[in-house]
Design a protein around this ligand. Structure first.
Ligand code: NOJ
Length: 893
C-alpha cells in the first residue's frame, strides 16, 4: 500500500508525459539542453508581469559556510571528510535518491566510507508523518495560542525524541512560513500565528527542543508561501510558472523573514525553500534570497533544500545557493531524471558549476550532520513512509526492487500524550463566557450537537493525510500531518466526565426536540484547510470555496440550537479565523470556545476546560474580523492568470491586527483575546534601560575562515559506474556512462549578475541570525501578576511596541515584541514576569541603508504597551522617562 502524497504521484504522470518537451532553466543537464536553452531563456525568464518595484536582484557567489564560531568544530570535522571524498560521494549527499526511493519522504545518497548513511528526511511539523506508534501533537496554531514558550519547547523536544526514535535525520518542521497573511491560506495552521514574533518564538523554541535530541530541524518554507493555489510550476517551465509572491524589501525583513532570523539565531540546521517565486524568481534558485539574505545577511551555516519537486534548474539552483535537491527528481519524477545527481557530476566535470560550490554544499551537509552529533550512534530509519507492511520493496518507485524490512513498529510515544494534552488544553481560547456559563457542572444536562464531536466513522486515519473533514478536526490536511495513534473525540471525553449527556450527531438540527429549562446545548462546528494536492469539499488547500464560514452548515446548526435552548456553548475546531457574526450575539449563545486543532488529545483537553479542572489560558493567535471584507482585497486568494499568477503584497506591513488598527476597524475578537475563569491584576510595572539606544547597531565582526579545498576538477573516473554495480532502475545516482567524454569547453550562459568574487559582507550580518547586536536587550519590562479571583489560573503578558511619533518610518501603530506566561497561580498567588525588548524589536529595516535602524528620538518616546490582547492595552511605559502608568487610553480601537 502506498501512502505517499498522491499529488506527487499524480504530478509524476503529468511531468513524465510532458517531460520530453520541457527545458529546465539554466539546466543542470547542460550537455543535453544547451541549444534549447539559448532559445528558451528569453521567454522563460521574462519578468514583465511582476509589478514595478518588486525586484529579485542577482546575488552571487554563494557565501561559503563555516565562518561562524559556534560551527567551527563541525566544519573542521566536515572539511577533513570532504577533502577525501570522491566526486560521486559529494554528489550523493546533495541529491535525493528520487521519489519513493527509500524509506522516508526524502532520502539522500550516502558516503558510507565516512560513516554517513542515506539521510532520512521526514515530515511533519506536528509529528512523524505516515507512520505508526507516534504522537499526533496539536498543530502549530494551537501551540501558538498557548503563548507559552516552555510548552513550545516541550513540544519540540518531544517531536525530536520521536524523530530520533524512528531514525529521522532531518525533520521537515517547524513551519514558520506561511505567516498567516491570508486568513483563507491553506497552511497557516501549521505555524504559530499571524504575527512574526509569535511565529518566531514558536519556531525557535520548537527548533531548540528538536535539536536537543540531535535531530536536524528544518524551517520552511522560505519564503512567501502564503497561498496554496498555483504554488507549483507546471511543466514545461515557463508555460505556467509557480505563483509569484511580490514582496518589498522592508516587508520581507520585518514580517516574513523575521521568524527565519530567529530560527537561524538558535542554530537551525536546515531551511526548505518554498514552491513559489518571490518577485518573479523561483525560491529554489533565487540568489538574492538564498545567497544574499539567508547565507550572507542571516549567516545561515546549515543546508538549504528545495521543497518537493520545486527545483526548476540544475546549474541555476547550485549557483543560487541550493545545497540539497529533494526528493531528487527534476520535473520528471519516477523516470530517473534529475537536475542534480548524475547531472551535477556532469556540471562539475565540465566546469559549469564551480567545484568550490559543490564542496560548500557537501561541507554544509556534513557539518550539519556533525553539529548535531549524528556521527555518534544515530539510529537508521526503522519505518517506511511508503507502506504500513512489515516487509516490502525497499524502493517502491523502482519497477523491480529488492525487498526490505520496512517497518519495525517502534513505539516512540513515551509520555508525550501528556505533553500533547497540556498544549491542547492550554491553547484552548475562551472568547465569550456570559454569566460565567463555563465551567460546567458534571451534573449539568448536556445536549451535544454536531458530527464534529465524534470520530470519523470510517476511522481516524481514514483519509490520506487527513484529506477529508469528517468528524473531529484535530489537524488540517496535507504533508503537515501525522497518523493518529488514537483520537480522543470530544463526545467520548464528555461522556466520561458528565452524568447526563445526549448526543445528536447530525449536522442538521434534529426535529422534535423539547428543550427543558436548565438544558445546556454544546454545538461543535469546524473549518478545515490544508495543502494544495488535495481538494476537500471544493477547497483547494486554501479555504477558497468555504471562505471564513464554518463548514457543514455550522452557522445554521448554532442558530437552530440557539432558537431552542436558553444556554448554548459553541466549540470551534479550526485552522484559522471564522466569522461568527451569524450567531455570536444571539441571546442564548453564552460561550464560545476556540479549541483550534488539538491533535490526538482533543477530548480530554477540552473537558479539562469545559468542566473547570483547569482555567482556560489560550489567546487568539490571529484576529477574528467582523467580516472578511474588513481586510484589504490584497490578502484574498489570488485567482488564475495565464503564465504566472501574481500575488502582490501591496498591504506591506499591514496584515491582521496591524491592518485593522491602522484603519480603525474593530475586530469581533482581537489578536491575543482570551478569557479566564479567574481574574488577574498587574502591578509593580517597571521599565529598565539596559543598553543605550543608537540609530545603527555596532559594526559587525569580520567573517571567520571557511574550509579551503583543492580547486582541481576531480578525475572523471570518480563518477564512472563502479565495476559490477547493480543499479536500481529510476534510482538517482551520481554516475555517468561515459564520464571521460565530458568536455570542459562548455558554452554556458550564466545568470545575469553572476560573479565569483565574494560580495562585501553585509552590515546587517555578522553571526547566525544577523548582526548579533540585533539581539542586545535595550529594555526589560517587569510586571507582577496576581491572581485576584477564586480559582487557579495562568495569565499571559504581552508587550507591544509603539514607535516614537516623530519617526519618519511608516510603521504599524503597535506590534507584538515579547510575551511571557505565568505558572499556575493559586488565588492570591503572584509572579513577576520579565519581558525583553531587543535592538531588533525597536528597529525598522531601512531599505536604503540596508540595515536595521532605531528611529531614536530625543523628544518622543517609544511606548511599550502591556496587556494580553490588542484590545486590552491600558498600561504603558515610556522609553525616555522610564515611567509606567495604568489607565491610559488604548492606542488602537
Ligand atoms: C511539500 C510540502 O510543501 C513540504 O512542507 C513537505 O515537507 C514536503 N512536501 C515533503 O512532504
Amino acid at each position: 500500500m502506498l501512502t505517499f502524497n498522491s499529488y506527487l504521484v499524480l504530478s509524476a504522470f503529468v511531468h513524465s508525459t510532458l517531460g520530453l518537451i520541457q527545458t529546465p532553466n539554466f539546466a543542470a543537464d547542460v550537455i543535453r539542453t544547451q541549444q534549447l536553452e539559448a532559445s528558451w531563456d528569453a521567454t522563460i525568464e521574462k519578468r514583465d508581469d511582476v509589478p514595478a518595484g518588486y525586484v529579485a536582484p542577482p546575488y552571487y557567489p554563494t557565501p561559503k559556510g563555516g565562518w561562524v564560531g559556534s560551527w567551527t568544530d563541525s566544519y573542521a570535522k566536515a572539511a577533513k571528510v570532504v577533502a577525501n571524498m570522491t566526486l560521486a560521494e559529494k554528489v550523493n549527499l546533495t541529491s535525493g535518491t528520487g521519489l519513493l526511493m527509500g524509506p522516508c519522504v526524502g532520502n539522500t545518497g550516502s558516503a558510507l566510507r565516512f560513516g554517513i548513511p542515506n539521510l532520512c528526511l521526514q515530515d511533519s511539523a506536528l509529528g512523524i508523518a505516515a507512520t505508526d506508534n507516534a504522537t499526533a501533537f496539536p498543530a502549530g496554531i494551537t501551540t501558538g495560542a498557548t503563548f507559552n514558550k516552555a510548552l513550545m519547547y516541550a513540544r519540540g523536544y518531544a517531536l525530536g525524541e520521536e524523530a530520533r526514535g524512528k531514525g529521522v535525520n532531518i525533520q521537515l518542521g517547524p513551519t514558520i512560513g506561511p505567516l498567516g497573511r491570508k486568513p483563507r491560506g491553506g497552511r497557516g495552521w501549521e505555524g504559530f500565528g499571524a504575527d512574526p514574533v509569535l511565529q518566531g518564538f514558536g519556531g525557535s523554541e520548537t527548533i531548540k527542543g528538536m535539536q536537543a535530541n540531535g535531530v536536524i530541524a528544518t524551517v520552511k518554507h522560505f519564503i512567501g508561501n502564503e497561498q496554496e493555489m498555483y504554488r507549483m510550476d507546471i511543466p514545461p517551465h515557463g508555460l505556467m510558472k509557480a505563483i509569484s509572491s511580490n514582496i518589498d524589501d522592508r516587508t520581507l525583513h520585518e514580517l516574513y523573514a523575521w521568524p527565519f532570523m530567529d530560527a537561524i539565531k538558535v542554530g537551525v540546521g536546515a531551511v526548505m525553500t518554498s514552491y513559489n517565486d518571490v518577485n518573479g524568481s523561483a525560491c529554489s534558485q533565487n540568489s538574492k534570497l538564498i545567497n544574499g539574505i539567508l547565507k550572507d545577511e542571516f549567516g545561515f551555516q546549515g543546508l538549504v533544500m528545495t521543497d518537493w519537486l520545486a527545483q526548476i534548474g540544475g546549474v541555476s539552483s547550485a549557483l543560487a545557493g541550493l545545497d540539497m535537491a529533494m526528493p531528487g527528481d527534476g520535473n520528471t519524477p519516477l523516470l530517473g531524471l534529475a537536475y542534480w545527481a548524475y547531472d551535477l557530476s556532469t556540471s562539475v566535470l565540465n566546469g559549469t558549476v564551480p567545484l568550490e560550490r559543490l564542496n560548500d554544499m557537501v561541507t554544509r551537509i556534513v557539518a550539519t550532520w556533525y553539529q548535531f552529533g549524528q556521527d555518534q550512534d544515530y539510529p537508521l530509519p526503522n519505518f517506511s513512509a511508503n507502506t504500513a507492511d512489515p516487509t516490502g520493496p525497499c524502493y517502491p518507485g523502482a519497477l523491480i526492487s529488492p525487498t526490505c524490512v520496512t517497518n519495525e513498529y517502534v513505539n516512540v510515544q513515551g509520555n508525550h500524550a501528556s505533553v500533547a494534552r497540556n498544549i491542547s488544553r492550554e491553547g484552548i481560547t475562551l472568547l465569550k463566557n456570559d454569566n460565567n456559563t463555563l465551567p460546567l457542572s458534571t451534573q449539568a444536562v448536556l445536549k451535544i450537537f454536531g458530527s464534529e464531536a465524534q470520530n470519523n466513522p470510517a476511522g481516524m486515519n481514514a483519509c490520506n493525510q487527513r484529506s477529508c473533514d469528517t468528524g473531529i478536526l484535530g489537524m488540517g490536511w496535507g504533508s503537515g500531518t501525522a497518523n493518529y495513534p488514537y483520537l480522543d473525540a470530544p463526545i467520548d471525553a464528555i461522556k466520561r466526565k458528565a452524568a447526563n449527556v445526549t448526543y445528536y450527531s447530525s449536522d442538521s438540527f434534529p426535529s422534535g426536540i423539547t428543550a427543558l429549562s436548565g438544558d445546556i446545548a454544546i454545538v461543535f462546528i469546524n473549518s478545515d484547510s490544508g495543502e494544495n494536492q488535495y481538494t476537500v469539499e471544493g477547497n483547494h488547500g486554501d479555504r477558497d470555496a468555504s471562505g471564513l464560514v464554518s463548514w457543514h452548515n455550522g452557522d445554521a446548526l448554532v442558530q437552530a440550537a440557539a432558537a431552542k435552548y436558553a444556554t448554548v456553548i459553541v466549540v470551534v475546531h479550526t485552522v484559522g479565523p471564522i466569522v461568527v457574526e451569524p450567531w455570536i450575539n444571539l441571546p442564548s449563545v453564552k460561550s464560545l470556545v476556540f479549541a483550534h486543532l488539538p491533535g490526538q488529545e482533543a477530548g480530554n483537553s477540552l473537558t479539562d476546560i469545559l468542566f473547570g479542572d483547569y482555567s482556560p489560558s489560550g489567546h487568539l493567535p490571529y484576529s477574528i474580523p467582523v467580516a472578511e471584507s474588513d481586510y484589504p482585497s490584497s490578502i484574498g486568494i489570488v485567482g488564475f492568470e495565464f503564465f504566472q499568477v501574481q500575488d502582490t503584497f501591496s498591504e506591506g506591513l499591514y496584515i491582521d491586527y496591524r491592518y485593522l488598527n491602522k484603519n480603525g476597524i474593530t475586530p469581533r475578537y482581537a489578536f491575543g483575546h482570551g478569557l479566564s475563569y479567574t481574574t488577574f491584576s498587574k502591578s509593580s510595572i517597571t521599565l529598565t534601560a539596559v543598553t543605550p539606544l543608537s540609530t545603527l547597531p555596532p559594526a559587525r565582526a569580520a567573517k571567520g575562515s571557511t574550509p579551503v579545498y583543492s580547486t582541481a576538477i576531480p578525475p572523471a573516473s570518480e563518477v564512472a559506474w563502479p565495476t559490477g554495480f547493480s543499479a536500481i532502475w529510476r534510482y538517482l545516482y551520481p554516475y555517468l556512462d561515459d564520464p571521460a567524454s565530458i568536455s570542459s569547453a562548455i558554452n554556458f550562459t550564466y545568470p545575469v549578475g553572476y560573479q565569483t568574487t565574494p560580495q562585501p559582507a553585509p552590515a546587517a550580518g555578522g553571526d547566525e541570525g544577523g548582526n548579533p547586536a540585533l539581539w542586545d536587550v535595550m529594555f526589560t519590562l517587569s510586571v507582577t501578576v496576581t491572581n485576584t479571583g477564586s480559582v487557579a489560573g495562568k495569565d499571559t503578558v504581552m508587550a507591544f511596541v509603539q514607535y516614537p511619533s516623530d519617526s519618519s518610518y511608516d510603521t504599524p501603530i503597535i506590534q507584538l515584541r515579547d510575551f511571557e506566561k505565568t505558572d499556575t497561580l493559586a488565588p492570591q498567588g503572584s509572579q513577576t514576569l520579565t519581558l525583553s525588548l531587543t535592538r531588533r524589536d525597536l528597529s525598522v529595516w531601512d531599505t536604503t541603508k540596508q540595515n536595521w535602524v532605531i528611529p531614536v528620538s530625543s523628544s518622543e518616546p517609544f511606548v511599550f504597551w502591556v496587556g494580553n490582547s490588542t484590545a486590552n492595552l491600558t498600561i504603558a511605559c515610556e522609553s525616555l522617562s522610564k515611567a509606567c502608568s495604568a489607565g491610559r487610553p488604548s492606542p488602537v480601537v
